[in-house]
Ligand binder design. Structure first.
Ligand code: SF4
Ligand code: SF4
Length: 314
């Protein structure tokens, strides 16, 4: 059994307590308008194209004949960085591309690369063990994130079980959008859930993420009732979920979860992930608003704190 990863990041300090290794599993059933990680959405391995790294078809062009389907084509021209004239970049016709990676194999500058790595539990645990001294000294551990890691339930369960067998603290970063049976299975091996709360109104939740919220809210209640621990994460999206009324509803829901919630984190929207959409030749985030101001974030933090919640800002 293998898990499909799109990234692994060491020395993470924002995904749970202490110093952590965060493993990002690929694939997600949500389509959030503000998504910062579009490479995480699809389940299969995908070709990415980082145009800025391409040195041009005039001096390279290796990817063109390497592609068996003719998907790589000469693209736009840009001014050469060194010397006179222009260079021709490449583009990928996504209707012809099957993500085989043959172009990436020959690209010397890694302008073309595959996103998606298959690892067994043993292979993932080799990486996990390397940082164990840091977990032990900082009260950290492993966080499994995504995408939506609950979409690879058997692998997730096996990985969490292996971590706990070696005394490693585990966190699961999730949208909560999964069958309860999946969460119930991993609960005994999950020390902490990093649990997203995007909107309390189901229709608005569906408008922003592509799915309604009933299952998500119900799963949060069930985790709390089953004795699980949670950090609630609210991405603060301008003109979507940042009003006083929105936070009043979210705050009441979180309060009702009781002692299960150790902390609530506010994640102000930013547009730094926009470039990642271009790498997949996809249209970028459809949030047409400036990031929330510090003043607004502080006001929402105070609003939740007035309900007795412990709140941090990322
Ligand atoms: S991934 Fe394969 S099909 Fe797609 S552009 Fe590269 S070589 Fe062609
Ligand atoms: S192989 Fe890479 S660097 Fe060379 S032309 Fe193709 S994308 Fe550009």
């Amino acid at each position: 059994m293998k898990g499909k990863f799109y990234d692994i990041q060491g020395f993470s300090v924002h995904d749970g307590p202490g110093i952590r290794l965060t493993l990002f599993l690929k694939g997600c059933p949500l389509r959030c308008l503000w998504c910062h990680s579009p490479e995480s959405q699809a389940f299969p391995t995908q070709l990415n194209r980082m145009e800025v790294k391409c040195t041009g078809t005039e001096t390279c062009g290796r990817c063109l004949p390497a592609c068996p389907t003719g998907a790589v084509k000469p693209g736009r021209k840009k001014k050469a960085l060194a010397g006179e004239g222009e260079i021709t970049l490449v583009r990928v016709d996504r209707t012809l591309c099957n993500d085989c990676g043959k172009c990436a194999e020959v690209c010397p500058s890694k302008a073309l690369y595959l996103c998606g790595t298959d690892l067994s539990v043993d292979e993932a645990m080799e990486k996990v063990r390397r940082d164990k001294p840091f977990y032990d000294s900082s009260g950290g551990g492993v966080t499994v994130s995504g995408g939506e890691c609950l979409c690879q339930p058997d692998f997730l369960l096996a990985l969490l079980t292996a971590c706990k067998a070696e005394g490693i603290h585990t966190a699961v970063d999730t949208t909560g959008y999964a069958d309860w049976s999946v969460i119930e299975r991993i609960l005994p091996y999950t020390d902490l859930f990093l649990y997203d709360l995007k909107h309390m109104d189901s229709a608005k939740h569906a408008r922003g993420t592509g799915v309604p919220n009933e299952r998500i809210l119900e799963n949060a209640r069930k985790i709390a009732a089953a004795g699980g621990k949670m950090q609630i994460r609210i991405p603060v999206i301008p003109m979507y979920n940042d009003s006083t009324e929105d936070f009043d509803a979210a705050g009441r829901f979180i309060s009702d979860l009781g002692a299960a919630v150790e902390m609530t984190q506010l994640l102000p929207y930013h547009s730094l992930g926009a470039i990642k959409w271009e790498r997949l030749d996809r249209e970028g985030p459809r949030v047409e608003a400036a990031p929330p101001t510090d003043q607004l974030i502080q006001a929402r933090k105070s609003q939740l704190e007035a309900l007795g919640l412990c709140v941090t800002i990322h």
